[in-house]
Design a protein around this ligand. Structure first.
Ligand code: 3HC
Length: 656
């Protein structure tokens, strides 16, 4: 803390006639009440002290300011309000420069916009992620940013919530410079340079006008992704308003919109998701367990799933050893992994040097003994019990005693796989979703005998891959596929009861799913599930209601999109409602003596959501899921449940 105490979280010290104000409000320097009042006190002080030529504002720790305090959102706002603090900074008679040491997000980014100058450390980043919380920036961001960087860059940032690195921020004119080394000294030098001159007040700048076509093109990109969410649409409207409304009117309109959205159900849902994600990584009773060090990761099986896992591990900086059954298989596996990296280069997510560096950390061989030094081995071989247990028995002999063995099975019992080894305590499940290098979700399966340290290491590893790791107990299909099976069953029952597949899909899409269930089936192909149903037919309860329609489709050779027909027809590749499917559905209803009744979109969603939440409750009562919000995250990140609805448990009022 500095010598001057402005509040519990804001302090200052004077160096060369510049007041350096430091915000120290862990964990992320959010602009809570004490920060706002501390900043006001610092401004009072600087205004009164003739010896002070100007102010530098910086953050303690690795974050500059992580935004407004989201925990305060449910409470009535208390003065001084953020927009008023920032307006005062902007109108201040002496120069105020932000020395941005780390992430400047939301209200943090808005603070920098209100300053007269912005200097950033090279590790700093800038973002207005409010739309991800169902709100719009509420402290001037929508009015100041377009005045500073132009409409297109502002709409892209505010409408998507994407963060920019310091170098990108410099590129669009968001900051004045990147500090070579001493950030605060550099910012103080800028204060000196500005002192006595005309200050550049962002609110007084005029946002450059651009053509309607350019406005529409930039806006269309945002609207295409909004899928029923209010915040991106409002963000676009406000940024447009910055080009026509006087600054004060724009600010007032922004504030009204911010307050209205902040109290919306959409914002409550997205706040729930935000805190759910922070809670997900925490496993009570394991918080003090230290993870093992992982450097070298083995991936057995480099098919679709294994190659995606390998790419994820390479991206996270690990040494990766892929293993295949033959030399030829190894060569193909290497090619597949390199191909995924090539795609990343083509789409600009990776540069050529990054690709080369990753490939240097990769070997793909046909000999399991190569895994001798691996710290963690993930199997991604064919989902067959004998294949997997044989492999684990072999691995048990090959790997070090402290190495961890992870199975990526989707439906087999990982406890049974673990039992096949001499050390079941080192076996854990890592259930990735396909494509594993893209999908964020990983279910970390805590098997009956998994050691705490092994579980914590698996969680830490998944997080280092940039994944959202959710702990799950052993059950067929884990959390996601259990909930999925439950609502899939409900959907099929509804088809018999009176809703047509496309009506169910339309209801789901209107609710916010990117795609309806039956369209997803067709995309994935129907034959694997058909084979499984045939295998399980003997075990089925003959008294339980069973819907045969999917079987009838498969018997008719309708295996989904790739065979040109499934739940829909695909003339010229375009998904189309097929009268043959409707006729088949009607025949099945008649055969079973069901008198159909049409269902509204609301009724359809009510039944689907209830099926999901009921299954979620069962998972909680069985101890398979630790918390309701974990179930929400699984459905949002693995199954397309719209985040702005908060997940099935939140929607049912089960997860607060
Ligand atoms: N308010 C309150 N708490 C916050 C917070 C915020 N804005 N941002 C983070 N936290 C809390 C987290 O809940 C977590 O708490 P916990 O330890 O009790 O679980 C803790 O800070 C650490 O967060 P992370 O685990 O996410 O830490 P990281 O170091 O990985 O990431 C971060 C730091 C990049 C700042 C990340 O936390 C983040 O993205 N935060 C949210 C940013 C955001 O959305 N800001 C906009 C807020 S809305 C706003 O500013 C409105 C304005 O326009 C008026």
């Amino acid at each position: 803390m500095g010598d001057l105490h402005f509040s519990d979280t804001v302090s200052g010290n004077i160096a060369d006639r510049v007041l350096v104000v430091t915000i120290d409000n862990p964990p992320v320097n959010a602009t809570s009440l004490s920060v706002r009042s501390g900043l006001m006190a610092a401004l009072d002080y600087a205004a009164a002290e003739d010896a002070v030529r100007g102010i530098v504002i910086t953050g303690a720790g690795k974050t500059f300011i992580g935004g407004a305090d989201i925990k305060e959102f449910g409470k009535p706002p208390e003065a001084p309000l953020l927009p008023d603090v920032y307006l005062r900074i902007e109108q201040f008679g002496k120069p105020v420069v932000a020395a941005v040491n780390g992430a400047a997000l939301g209200g943090g980014c808005e603070l920098t916009l209100a300053c007269h100058g912005r200097v950033a450390a090279s590790a700093a980043s800038f973002g207005l992620p409010e739309v991800k919380l169902g709100i719009v920036p509420g402290a001037g961001g929508t009015q100041r940013l377009p005045r500073l960087v132009g409409f297109v860059a502002a709409v892209e940032m505010i409408g998507t919530g994407r963060s920019l690195k310091a170098s990108e921020a410099l590129g669009i004119g968001l900051i004045d410079r990147i500090a070579a080394e001493a950030l605060v000294a550099d910012a103080s030098a800028l204060v000196d340079a500005m002192a006595g001159g005309e200050l550049r007040r962002t609110g007084a700048l005029v946002a450059k006008t651009i053509s309607d076509a350019d406005i529409d093109a930039a806006g269309a990109k945002i609207l295409a992704k909004a899928r029923g969410q209010a915040a991106p649409v409002e963000a676009l409207r406000l940024v447009k308003a910055a080009m026509t409304l006087p600054f004060a009117d724009g600010l007032a309109e922004e504030r009204r919109t911010f307050l209205r959205l902040r109290d919306s159900q959409e914002a409550a849902a997205l706040r729930h998701v935000f805190f759910a994600e922070r809670a997900a990584g925490k496993v009570e009773r394991l918080e003090k367990v230290t993870p093992r060090d992982i450097r070298c990761v083995g991936v057995v099986g480099t098919g679709l799933m294994g190659s995606g896992i390998a790419v994820s591990a390479l991206n996270a900086g690990y040494q990766v050893i892929g293993v295949e059954q033959s030399e030829e298989g190894a060569a193909k596996g290497h090619e597949r992994i390199a191909g995924l990296l090539d795609k990343a280069v083509q789409t600009g997510r990776l540069d050529a040097a990054g690709r080369e560096e990753r490939l240097r950390r990769l070997t793909v061989v046909s000999d399991l003994n190569a895994l001798r030094d691996a710290d963690l081995v993930i199997e991604a071989v064919f989902d067959d019990f004998d294949v997997k247990t044989d492999l684990f028995r072999h691995l048990d002999d090959v790997v070090r005693t402290d190495a961890i063995l992870a199975t990526n099975t989707s439906y087999l019992d990982p406890d049974a796989i673990a039992t096949a080894t001499c050390h079941p305590e080192r076996v854990v499940g890592l259930h990735f979703f396909s494509p594993a290098n893209i999908m964020r979700l990983v279910e970390v399966v805590n098997c009956a005998r998994t050691e705490s340290e092994v579980l914590v290491t698996a969680m830490t590893f998944a997080k280092r891959l940039g994944k959202l790791a959710i702990v799950c107990g052993v059950t067929e299909g884990f959390i996601g596929n259990r909930v999925f099976s439950a609502y899939r069953r409900e959907a099929e029952l509804m088809v018999e009861d009176g809703a047509l597949p496309h009506e169910i899909d339309q209801a789901m899409e209107a609710y916010g799913f990117p795609m309806g269930l039956f369209a997803v089936y067709d995309m994935a192909g129907l034959e694997i599930a058909w084979a499984r149903r045939k295998r399980q037919a003997a075990k089925r309860d003959p008294n339980a209601r069973y819907v045969d329609i999917a079987d009838r489709l498969c018997e008719a050779g309708r295996f989904g999109q790739k065979s040109g027909r499934g739940w829909y027809a695909y003339p010229d590749g375009k998904r189309t409602v097929d009268p043959d499917v409707t006729a088949l559905v009607v025949t099945e209803r008649t055969r079973k003596g069901i008198k159909p009744r049409s269902l509204t979109a609301d009724e359809i969603m009510t039944r689907l959501l209830r099926a999901m939440a009921d299954e979620g409750q069962t998972l909680l009562s069985e101890g398979i899921a630790i918390r309701a919000s974990d179930i929400d995250l699984v459905m949002i990140n693995g199954y397309g449940f719209p985040a702005h609805k908060g997940g099935p448990m939140f929607a049912a009022g089960i997860a607060a």
